[in-house]
Design a protein around this ligand. Structure first.
Ligand SMILES: *Cc1c(COP(=O)(O)O)cnc(C)c1O
Length: 410
């Protein structure tokens, strides 16, 4: 049995008359406004506040990019576009949404392995910056440059010879499908020169979901050192350095929010040498879940309450088909409960262990396992916090053919 976690996310949303308030609207009314459950709701004010906080803690002039695979809802991406300096996309589909916001193409970057020729051509035609992950992509871009008469905007994504320690998801170091291995980067730079491609700079992404400032500081220091080495092998002046991101948010009991102060201080210290060595380089970080994860909730309605051999099951209309991560099946090794609440009984004193499940015919469809929750009834609204990132778009909506989930930005 787990005790109710107290997370930053829960404190971020006010409670009025026992109801959670999202985007200034009490949850029962918001559910009426949406017209259906389940739904995701993202709070604009929290999104704006988070970007402002990141900017206040990190050095002035450091560019903050939004990695939109964390949450590609067009209205949300539009909102983020007005707050950040660039948008990172990982497919032509995401690139369309980013371009639709009006973000300048040179501030959109397209990374990811296995970019198809059609996608590369779209990026070249748009003037979007392509983060190349292989020599094949260099050849393809050079050919497209010749065919279109356009100058492809190219950044070399490098697979570092280190990783972000303690990160939830390793995206660099060792053998990886991402980027060009650091030791092969000089060869790729020479190839680019032969092909007549102008390389704008470098991109290193060491990992994701880290809550340890010292690990992030270390990875950033290693990234800067690697980039300075790579710059020496570059024929072209370095105009962009993307240091990656990796900032995590707390999901589970005992996890502490990431302290950005040491990260900001270390970057501040590293900047003068970097600016002296590479005066033309814009410095950027790319953040997905840190910017949007805590600003979103998933809301499902209790449609049945069952007792099985003494255990209470709240059966909801939502589940893993909308929110795979909350069910514990999106990369987690050990299943733990996301922070969950009964959104219309936030003040209830009496609590009891209850499990929240979805309507799918699989025991994996579990949103909370024996959690201390207010005594809930049919019609109540179950809220899953920390749901603004890797929610709808990272879930198998087609599984069991239930209705699709609605998303609102409030
Ligand atoms: C997914 C991804 C990110 C964002 O990761 P978060 O954990 O959401 O911050 C950043 N950069 C690249 C290259 C990515 O693939």
């Amino acid at each position: 049995m787990t005790s109710p976690p107290v997370h930053g996310s829960q404190a971020l949303f006010p409670v009025v008359d026992g109801n959670l308030v999202v985007g200034g609207i009490a949850l029962p009314r918001l559910a009426q406004r949406v017209g259906a459950t389940p739904f995701y709701a993202y709070d604009r004010a929290l999104l704006s506040a988070r970007v402002a906080e990141v900017r206040s803690r990190l050095p002035a002039g450091l560019q903050v990019h939004y990695s939109m695979k964390a949450n590609p809802m067009p209205a949300l991406v539009q909102h983020m576009a007005g707050l950040v300096d660039g948008i990172d996309v990982a497919s032509a589909g995401e690139m369309k949404v980013a371009l639709d916001t009006g973000m300048a193409p040179e501030h959109i970057s397209f990374a990811g392995p296995g970019k198809r020729d059609a996608e590369l051509l779209q990026a070249v035609a748009a003037g979007v910056c392509v983060h190349v992950e292989s020599e094949r992509e260099l050849h393809a871009l050079a050919r497209m440059g010749d065919e279109t008469g356009l100058a492809p905007q190219v950044v070399l994504r490098v697979n570092p010879d280190f990783e972000l320690k303690g990160s939830g998801m390793r995206m660099g170091g060792g053998a990886k499908q991402f980027g060009i291995d650091a030791e092969d980067a000089p060869r790729a730079l020479a190839l680019a020169a032969t092909l007549g491609l102008d390389i704008l700079g470098f991109h290193v992404f060491g990992g994701s979901q880290s809550l340890k400032p010292e690990a992030i500081v270390q990875a950033q220091a290693q990234t800067v050192a690697l980039m300075l080495r790579l710059a020496e092998a570059s024929r072209d002046p370095v105009r962009l350095l993307n240091l990656g991101g990796g900032f995590g948010i707390p999901y589970f009991p005992g996890e502490q929010p990431l302290d950005l102060a040491p990260v900001g201080a270390a970057l501040e210290q590293a900047l003068p040498a970097l600016r002296a060595a590479l005066p033309q380089a814009r410095l950027a970080i790319e953040l997905g879940r840190y910017l949007v994860g805590e600003a979103g909730v998933y809301v499902a309605r209790v449609i049945d309450r069952k007792v099985s051999r003494g255990q209470v099951f709240l059966v909801t209309d939502g589940g893993l088909h909308h929110h795979l991560a909350a069910s514990g099946n999106f990369g987690q090794v050990i299943r733990k409960n996301y922070p969950v609440a009964i959104g219309n009984r936030m003040d209830a004193a009496e609590r009891a262990p209850q499990s929240v499940v979805g309507p799918l015919c699989t025991p994996l469809d579990l949103l909370a396992e024996r959690m201390e929750l207010p005594l809930a009834e049919v019609g109540d609204l179950v809220v899953v916090f920390q749901s603004g990132a890797y929610g709808r778009s990272a879930s198998p909506q087609g599984f069991l053919s239930h209705p699709e989930v609605v998303e609102v930005l409030v």
